[in-house]
Design a protein around this ligand. Sequence first.
Ligand SMILES: Cc1cc2nc3c(=O)[nH]c(=O)nc-3n(C[C@H](O)[C@H](O)[C@H](O)COP(=O)(O)OP(=O)(O)OC[C@H]3O[C@@H](n4cnc5c(N)ncnc54)[C@H](O)[C@@H]3O)c2cc1C
Ligand code: FES
Ligand code: FES
Length: 468
Amino acid sequence: MIKFILNDKVVETTHGSGMTLLDFVRYQMRQKGTKIGCREGDCGACTVLVGELVDGKLQYKSITSCISPLGNAHGKHIVTVEGTNLEGKLSRAQQAMYDNYATQCGFCTPGFVVSLTGYCLRETTPTREGLLDAISGNICRCTGYKSIERAVDQLYQELMAPSENGRQTHLISKGFIPAYFAEIPKLLADIQEIPVKQGKQTMVSGGTDLYVRHADKLSNEDVQLLEQRGGMKEIQMQDGLCTVGAGVTASDIMQHKGLQEIFPKLRQHMLLVSSEPIRNMASLAGNFVNASPIGDMSLFFLALDAVLKIENAEGQIRSKAFKDFYQGYKQYDLAEAEFIRAFTFKLPAADDFFNFEKVCKRQHLDIASVNSACLISRSAGKIDKIHCAIGGVAAIPLYLKETCAYLQGAEINPVTIKAANEVLQQEISPISDVRGQKEYKRLLARQLFFAHFLELLPEELTLEELCY
Ligand SMILES: Cc1cc2nc3c(=O)[nH]c(=O)nc-3n(C[C@H](O)[C@H](O)[C@H](O)COP(=O)(O)OP(=O)(O)OC[C@H]3O[C@@H](n4cnc5c(N)ncnc54)[C@H](O)[C@@H]3O)c2cc1C
Ligand code: FES
Ligand code: FES
């Protein structure tokens, strides 16, 4: 039995865990404010909030309900636009949209209101940029974004006012959220966990890949919810090693304080990955097993030389170097009933350099034409260790074994970098497709490879030296 809180009511259902949360909310619970646009996670019309108790504290994030399995709602607080309504007046987010004429046909408006309310709930030190990120997954076809930006500015000014009497009480008293939110932690604490399913059912983590392709089929299934396995959401840093649970999402990585210190450009890099609601759902292992040749997170962790911890049905764990995981297009070393439990990587030293580059047709909510990540350790001007991975130029997310071997121990100068690019060009095998001609992808591969070194030594290297 799946049990959760929908707005201010406890809901129990025997519907299959694979049904989409969107269909359950609209067709079973008749909450029609949650709209259906693309059903692919792209438009944000179906955005809802998910609140869960983390270390006793209630945390909210936005998700697109059209590609989220109903089962992942178990034990959580799901908030639709109806759940943001106050008695007899508009909430602050609703009012900001209204005051600034930020709605025309109104189809996208519930999604915007939910995303903005989610940010108010989540962020204790709000920024304008953060509020804009919060709506990065919401598309409006008719109003024009300037009026929506003005609504964001109004809400930002209101959020900046100092909190009185604790964050949640403040948000309730100032009309950002309705009063029933105060009762949610107690209601959630009373919901028991459901037993973990094991067997041949489809394994689902965030659902952002599977549901885009197979929503109809999965909707009638009772799926295996990997989120429910203990320890899958943890990030631990100890003795120079980072262990990351397979269910950790792109947002979890982006918001992790310890990782932010080690990777100063983490936020900048992660903002290139999809949109906020998708990052909130997208697990890292889902990205690895999806095996897309342009999987951003796959490249990230190939360049960190990660080691996968793979568990079988008996609970035995084996290790597999991530760089040896892929065997061909969408083929990888995972037997039936095996799943990725976690992965580890050595934390880079303070003077190690890490970089991620992505070229796509638009900056947000797009997959890459070519992307690349690179980790370089140096001493006395020479490369001690390099791990470089590149996407979009082979059948798999490609760890550049030969290029890395070539650069081991080499001096970093234009001659060696250009020679290494010659090795790289032998190692890749791009094809022409909607993302670009193969010649263009070869050029991008070279430019992104050079970009790592230009970022590493901006004072010493120039693009002209490398290109001509
Ligand atoms: C609108 C949109 C934008 C996107 N933008 C990007 C982008 O910019 N960059 C990018 O790289 N990707 C992007 N994606 C793709 C997707 O979000 C990611 O690949 C995501 O990381 C998949 O994770 P998930 O948890 O949602 O996977 P799911 O859909 O749950 O699963 C994907 C596959 O992995 C398997 N799986 C999941 N977890 C495990 C595990 N622990 N062990 C074994 N198998 C497992 C599932 O069985 C399934 O085969 C986008 C998707 C959407 C819908
Ligand atoms: S309907 Fe478009 S994101 Fe869900
Ligand atoms: S107001 Fe019509 S799509 Fe946004």
